[in-house]
Write a new protein. Structure first.
Length: 123
């Protein structure tokens, strides 16, 4: 049975506008990567793998929900960037390389800030 906190959190997510959901996905991916880095540094590879897997899942979700046909060249470029970040995280996980993880985290944060700025200006 879902407890009241989980129900509230699900409701909060489901009632957000699409623009806000993308921001939340970026925030989540960045947060998971930022949790993976210290896990790798303390050799807690199980936890690092978990956090990186969550970040990879979010990036994969961003990829599959991107409307590449309607979005044209911008959407195609964004898809390619997501694909790069996904593959880079997989490699970072295999190599246990915090520097690679931080590179993806920076990219995600830049995308998030750009997205936030673009959606704020459009409203």
């Amino acid at each position: 049975m879902i407890d009241k906190i989980q129900l509230y959190q699900q409701n909060q997510i489901q009632t957000q506008p699409p623009e806000k959901l993308v921001t939340m996905l970026y925030d989540g991916a960045a947060r998971f990567i930022s949790q993976a880095v210290p896990a790798v540094e303390r050799h807690d590879f199980e936890k690092a793998n978990y956090y990186l897997g969550r970040a990879e899942d979010i990036i994969a979700e961003l990829m599959v929900t991107l409307d590449r046909e309607a979005g044209g060249e911008i959407a195609e470029n964004l898809y390619n960037l997501y694909d790069f970040m996904y593959r880079w995280l997989v490699q970072a996980n295999v190599k246990k390389d915090p520097a690679m993880m931080r590179q993806v985290e920076r990219l995600i944060k830049e995308l998030r800030d750009t997205w936030e700025e673009a959606t704020t200006k459009s409203h």
